[in-house]
Ligand binder design. Structure first.
Ligand code: COA
Length: 382
């Protein structure tokens, strides 16, 4: 609620513009198209740090030294294996259940096997944080392989977490370009201020519930098509368009039918999202390397058509879809891959919430009846 000019309380729909937390983790400047992680501009970080460095930065508030990074990397890669019971659970899920539904359930299941689950001491929280950020990518890779009847792979200690994820999912080590692209993708998706899923994680953490519960809630929020679920739909749309020449009419038809174009629009950005430039570049490079230039060209044409018709910019989900496709990741796993990266940010926010907690409990504007006469069940009519 906020006060209008007459001093009356009014509901802020979608909590737009409501300041609900203080944070030093990330900052979005929607007017100038800037994104900062712990004070560093994403444009400086994107191509120059690894995902592991980004995790360290988000959690510790500073970039690691070379020695710290080496230790941190091997600690995380060393936690990438799943308890065998969780692997069994993946095998028990119906083949058509959505990977995000399985991931959400698997994170809940992991809580039951984590020796630190109910311990919120700083040491236990660091251990859980490392385990979770390592285990989420493995859940995705293992689920994919279980469903294809392929043997599960162990992480390669020579790779970091992002390259290991691709290797464990596909079974082939990523080439130079793919390693760079997956690293950039994971860095760019790692945090984004108080978006819907991060807010969800903070609300759950504010009840002093455990880290796994907060993460499972965040996964539920990310799954929705207005949030992380958009990237899968972006790819479905691109694959539904036969060629570049058809794009204009396809988009016009969607808009005429009042359909939203997935991967476009943003609550905060009023200009281009600073992550787009990097993702567009890797979309082009990867599509070219796979001889799938038409996929990137269709994306570019969609971008132009939506800009001409609505003046709306692509959001992070748009080119991350083509990047993931060209990395050989099936579309139904796109949102889960987003989650694997965002787990780093969610955990940073959960830890920040624990460190200075007050229960998040807003209020609502009641618009229902106030004095209905009670009727016993025999007297009620439908
Ligand atoms: N396609 C077509 N029109 C869109 C649009 C899209 N992707 N995104 C916003 N708009 C239009 C709305 O129709 C509305 O127009 P109107 O005022 O004429 O009705 C206007 O832009 C504002 O939209 P609104 O829904 O109020 O903005 P929001 O801040 O609540 O929503 C999103 C933000 C992200 C939910 C919204 O842009 C959207 O649904 N995008 C598609 C899903 C997506 O890509 N999500 C990933 C987000 S990172």
């Amino acid at each position: 609620m906020a006060n209008n000019t007459n001093g009356e309380k009014v509901v802020v729909r979608g909590l737009e513009g409501v300041v609900a937390a203080e944070t030093s983790i990330s900052y979005v400047d929607g007017i100038h198209g800037r994104l900062l992680y712990q004070g560093y501009d994403i444009r400086d970080l994107a191509e120059n740090v690894s995902f592991t460095e980004t995790i360290f930065l988000l959690w510790r508030g500073r970039l690691p030294t070379l020695a710290e990074l080496k230790t941190f990397r091997s600690e995380i890669v060393g936690e990438m294996r799943l308890p065998s019971q969780v692997v069994e659970m993946l095998k028990l899920t119906p083949p058509n259940s959505h990977p995000m539904a399985v991931l959400r359930s698997a994170v809940s299941m992991l809580a039951n096997f984590d020796p630190d689950v109910e311990d919120r001491s700083p040491e236990a929280n660091w251990r859980k944080a490392r385990r979770l950020v390592a285990q989420v990518p493995t859940i995705i890779a293992d689920l994919h392989r279980v469903r294809r009847g392929l043997p599960l792979l162990s992480p390669d200690p020579n790779f970091g977490i992002s390259a290991n994820f691709l290797y464990m999912l596909r079974g082939t080590p990523p080439n130079e370009l793919e390693r760079k692209a997956v690293e950039v993708l994971m860095v760019l998706l790692a945090d984004h201020e108080l978006n819907a899923s991060t807010f969800t994680a903070r609300v759950i953490a504010s009840t002093l519930a455990d880290m796994h519960s907060a993460l499972a809630g965040a996964l539920g929020a990310l799954k929705g098509p207005l949030h992380g679920g958009a990237n899968q739909r972006v790819m479905e749309m691109i694959l539904d368009i036969p060629d570049v020449e058809t794009v204009q009419a396809y988009i016009a038809g969607m808009l005429e039918n009042k359909k939203r174009i997935m991967g476009f629009g943003h609550r905060v950005y009023r200009t281009e999202d600073p992550r787009t430039r990097h993702l567009r570049k890797y979309s082009e490079l990867l599509c070219e390397s796979r001889n799938e230039q038409h996929i990137h060209e269709i994306s570019r044409r969609i971008e132009q058509a939506v800009m001409e018709a609505k003046g709306i910019y692509p959001n992070v989900d748009f080119y991350s879809a083509t990047v993931q496709h060209a990395l050989g990741i099936p579309a139904e796993y796109f949102t889960a891959v987003f989650a694997a990266s965002r787990t780093a940010g969610w955990i940073a926010h959960i830890l920040e919430q624990y460190a200075d907690n007050r229960l998040i409990r807003p209020t609502s504007h009641y618009i229902g009846e106030m004095s209905l006469p009670f009727l016993s069940i025999e007297k009620r009519t439908a």
